[in-house]
Design a protein around this ligand. Structure first.
Ligand code: UDP
Length: 239
């Protein structure tokens, strides 16, 4: 069997990553491609948990202009639950056992988030999908990934991005001369104000020494390649 580099991972999938080229909602082919890669990880006995975003449906601050921010953020958290159920469905259609855990209770739909249960599921080979973010407004699902990674003692966060394949010194979509980092320190993300993740997520990872790998999701097999230790994207760690 192939050697994997990481035994327990958090895969952060933004809502956009599930939307494919449509930019909104869920693209069947895209989600199935991601599900197939997660199935491969599952077969390699990588303990895999997923944090899903919701930006393909709703982003509190941006979509809820003129609304009460807290309400808008709760709507965003609900959007992540839609994505979590879609991810669960895609994985189970491939025969992968999964559990969705939500940070806001909705027991008819999913388990509530219980750390010990999540770890137990992982040990039993189930893929755990964390939904509804942290359960608190004013946070993001990147921060959720950092928090859950600390809680379940994940080896790494895989930050799968759509439209960009790593961390750059400026926006590569606007600046053709933007330089990509192979490795970057958390502090530089914060000091340079790089928009790859929000500062709460970056500082939580820094304080708890959780390595992050930022990479593009569009290239097929990238998730598996990163877990196998191929040097793809940008590593964020203490340098
Ligand atoms: N959200 C929140 N608290 C959390 C996580 C998410 O309020 O702990 C809300 C917030 O409004 C956010 C939305 O849910 O804009 C969707 O999450 P995010 O923007 O992180 O999704 P992504 O950009 O990864 O698709």
């Amino acid at each position: 069997m192939k050697e994997v580099k990481y035994k327990r991972i958090i895969l952060k999938l933004s809502g956009e990553a599930l939307a494919g080229d449509k930019g909104f909602g869920i693209d069947k082919a895209t989600i199935m491609n991601i599900a197939k890669q997660i199935k491969t990880l599952n077969e390699l006995n990588v303990e895999t948990s997923i944090v899903v975003g919701g930006g393909n449906f709703w982003r509190g601050k941006k979509s809820g202009v003129g609304m009460d921010r807290t309400t808008a953020d709760y709507m965003g958290m609900l959007a992540t639950v839609i994505n979590a159920l879609a991810m669960q469905d895609a994985l189970e259609s491939l025969g992968v056992f999964t559990r969705v855990q939500t940070a806001i209770e909705m027991r008819q739909i999913a388990e509530p988030y219980i750390r010990r249960k999540a770890v137990r599921h992982l040990e039993k080979g189930r893929v755990v999908i964390f939904a509804a973010g942290t359960g608190n407004p004013y946070f993001s699902t990147d921060t959720t990934a950092a928090l859950r990674a600390a809680e379940i003692e994940a080896d790494v966060i895989l930050l799968a991005k759509k439209g960009v394949d790593g961390v750059y010194d400026s926006d590569p979509l606007l600046n053709p001369d933007a330089k990509k980092f192979e490795v970057i320190d958390y502090k530089d993300i914060l000091n340079l104000g790089l928009g790859v993740m929000d500062s709460t997520a970056a500082s939580l990872c820094m304080d708890n020494q959780i390595p992050i790998i930022v990479f593009g999701i569009e290239q097929p097999e990238n998730i598996v390649k990163v877990v196998m230790g191929e040097k793809i994207g940008t590593q964020v760690k203490e340098v």
